[in-house]
Design a protein around this ligand. Sequence first.
Ligand code: AMP
Length: 479
Amino acid sequence: MENMKFEEMGLRENVLKGIKDMGFVTPSPVQSQSIPIALGGSDLIAQAQTGTGKTAAFSIPILNQIEKNGEIEALVITPTRELAMQISDEIFKLGKFVRIKTVCVYGGQSIRRQCELLENNPQVLVATPGRLLDHLKNDRIPNFSPKVVVLDESDEMLDMGFLDDVEEIFSYLPSNRQTLLFSATMPEQIQKLAHKILDNPKYVKITPANITNTDITQKCYVINEGHRDEAIVRLMDVFTPQKSIIFTSTKKEADALAERLVEAKYRAGALHGDMDQRARMDSIRAFKANKISILVATDVAARGLDISDVSHVFNYHIPLNPESYVHRIGRTGRAGKKGMAITLITPLEFKELKRIQDEVKHSLELEELPMYEASHNELVQKILKTKIADEAMDIYNELIDKHDETNSVLKLISYILKEGSKNKIGPNQQEIKRLQEQENKPKNEDRGFRNSNRRDFGSRNNSSRGFSRSGGYSSKERR
Ligand code: AMP
């Protein structure tokens, strides 16, 4: 099934024409596995991340079944407005020769306007859960009897607290429907939901190994807790990425880091769920148009972002699961370009790294954070750009009291160079090796070692106090 061509799937001519018009030549793995199942009429659970071509995987079978019987024949439920718009756009483009009408409804847009669009006899409705439920409860959707219902990014609906709405939506849907559930990960609540709303589903899983991309160089730098922002600024200085996404775990982290980067004179912006729709769209547009080169985002907010020229992806924390790791790093190295994925890791997170390595079958070497050595020219530019501090004049007067001006300046530059070279962040390679060996020791031995080497673990114990990843957080976008 892997290598099935679009032409061999038994698709209608006008659907094939649309696929060709989009420039799709070969089906992606999720497409070659899911489309035949969906065309066969079965319910489907597809575990696939953004970037795998999942939108077309459900849009193509929808388009193939459109009869134009005056009803809304297909419904796609998706968590965010951005995704709703992207999906609606992709269905519209793929359906160019089927000549279908799609309508997109989401919160924040005028209800009246949406009602007008719904009156217009669309065949496909793409909607976010809250607004859809509102329309359904108020009986505002005429001719509504979808034969196919898609639940897109189901795990994100869970994370965003939409699961109750989604369940309620299903109470308004015809029971003789086909249901296709797409999700990047399959947490227990999604499995339970699937059990309730799907009938004898077939299962497709695009495993991380399927999509781990050899065009992506993966790096892992060991730091101590509390130095993440500084480490990111250092890595920006060292790698000078063209266009990067930094994934943080919380909205607060995203804001603080974006601010820190702007302070360090980088063109950075935040993207998270607490920003209003306009601010989110502004960030996305600015990033797409290269007005900012760094997007600091939470997983949820960055879901579905379709940007093909990201050169670097940074993980501010190691992600909570392998799927999320693969999903995030898959934002770079797209369309045949090379990309780099950089993960910051503290000794406390070594265990999580091991789980990821085991799943993606790719070994990640732990490295010490590189030092930044500015070229002479850069240093000169930096000095020239520095604002003169209030106390500078006093120090200057004291210096030239004791030495002539040239001597004072030369001493000052030498001092800057010496201080700069002391600016080490995180453990060095030797310390990393020792921490790793410690991690790999069997439990009992580990305990004994810990007791007799208390000092060595001072930093681990300290960081465990401030580090609550394994403590309270469960959802991906933590507040
Ligand atoms: P998605 O995972 O649906 O967000 O898709 C990611 C990107 O891949 C979108 O820009 C799609 O237009 C594109 N795409 C989807 N299927 C194919 C295909 N078979 N060949 C080439 N590009 C595709």
